[in-house]
Design a protein around this ligand. Structure first.
Ligand code: FAD
Length: 326
């Protein structure tokens, strides 16, 4: 009996993350191929209004758990509620975004359910028996592993920007079910008292379509303004190498790489970055890579789709002026 492909929809202050809509879009394709229903699961407070936002992306059914204690994400409460729902409904697969929340939640859930999981996946395959397997980069992106689970549900986190957004269909209808779940005091050992949101007009690094990153070649913090000017014209996020972060030129939250964020934008522009394996591990799956470096032997050029050999202080302002004309 079909039990469903579940997408755990991530929301914060009733705003759905783009990666969840990407997963629903891909989930629809998987559901059509496997004959499984596509189920969106939304936890939070006052989440009923979000059902209408996920149905157009392909959900056959929406499960809502609306509870004051789920207003803000906490590991204990969210793990407990999802564990109860999954045990009750027994879905075939549960997919989450590889975000801070997804990375926190999925392994704990896997442990509670006694199943394995695949993390930071960049591909999903479906075999003839409708079994899902997952592709994930290993060895800093040098190779790919195929992860196959023999137990159900299969659990996986998927890298943001891996799958394109579907064209939403506003006429789509779906069943909406409100479930209740027990939340014990034991599940609420951590309580969120306040969330301080950093204000920025730029997109968040892991979900950005375009990223322009600066490395040690930027020479100092005062020069990041040329990257920012370019980012603002492109509607891009700004990133950095660890060398720039370690030098104190830019905050750690902007670091891309093995010990920073993993990104997969449509366009990644690397400026004054040599292309160390640890940096490539975080951005190697970008769709198009442009590198600007004055060293023609820089390793980043081995991965780049477009290589610009030259001084970034001349090239970035020129590019910014050209982008303004688009
Ligand atoms: P460099 O390697 O010094 O390169 C600077 C580049 O700028 C050079 O190629 C140079 O030719 C070019 N340049 C200089 N001036 C100009 C100019 N005017 N115009 C154009 N080009 C110019 N690194 C990360 O980035 N992310 C990580 O998450 C990360 N994690 C790590 C984890 C571990 C365990 C370890 C050991 C290292 C990690 N590193 C990480 C560090 C990594 O090994 C490199 O040291 C780092 O990526 C180098 O940063 P960079 O390319 O900015 O600097």
């Amino acid at each position: 009996m079909a039990k469903g492909i579940w997408i755990v929809v991530e929301q914060s202050k009733l705003e759905i993350r783009k990666v969840s809509l990407e997963l629903l879009s891909q989930g629809r394709i998987i559901a059509d191929k496997t004959g499984e229903p596509l189920v969106a699961v939304i936890l939070g407070k006052g989440v009923a209004e979000l059902a209408g936002e996920v149905i157009p992306y392909g959900a056959d059914k929406v499960i809502l758990v609306d509870n004051e204690k789920l207003a803000d994400y906490t590991t204990g409460a969210y793990t407990s509620v999802l564990n109860q729902l999954i045990r009750k409904e027994e879905p075939q697969a549960v997919l989450l975004g590889n975000t801070a929340v997804g990375k926190d939640l999925a392994p704990r859930l896997a442990q509670r359910l006694g199943v394995g999981m695949a993390s930071d996946c960049t591909g999903i395959e479906i075999d003839d028996a409708s079994f899902l397997s997952f592709k994930r980069p290993i060895y800093g992106g040098k190779a790919f592993a195929e992860v196959v689970s023999e137990v159900r549900p299969v659990l996986a986190t998927i890298r943001p920007n891996t799958f394109p957004l579907a064209q939403p269909d506003a006429s789509r209808q779906a069943e909406v079910v409100t479930e209740t779940a027990a939340i014990d005091p034991e599940d609420l050992r951590a309580i969120v008292k306040e969330i301080a949101i950093a204000t920025s007009q730029r997109p968040e690094l892991i979900e950005a379509n375009i990223i322009i990153s600066g490395g040690r070649g930027m020479k100092g913090p005062e020069n990041y303004c040329i990257l920012e000017a370019c980012a603002d014209v492109l509607g891009a996020a700004v990133g950095a190498s660890r060398a720039a972060v370690d030098a104190g030129w830019i905050e750690q939250k902007f670091q891309v790489g093995q010990t920073g964020k993993t990104v997969s934008p449509t366009l990644y522009i690397a400026c004054g970055i040599s292309g160390a394996i640890q940096h490539l591990a975080g951005m190697g799956s970008s769709k198009v890579i442009v590198a600007i470096n004055k060293d023609p032997e820089a390793n980043i050029f081995n991965l780049a789709d477009y290589s610009i050999v030259g001084d970034l202080f001349e090239i970035i302002p020129l590019l910014t002026e050209e982008f303004k004309k688009l």
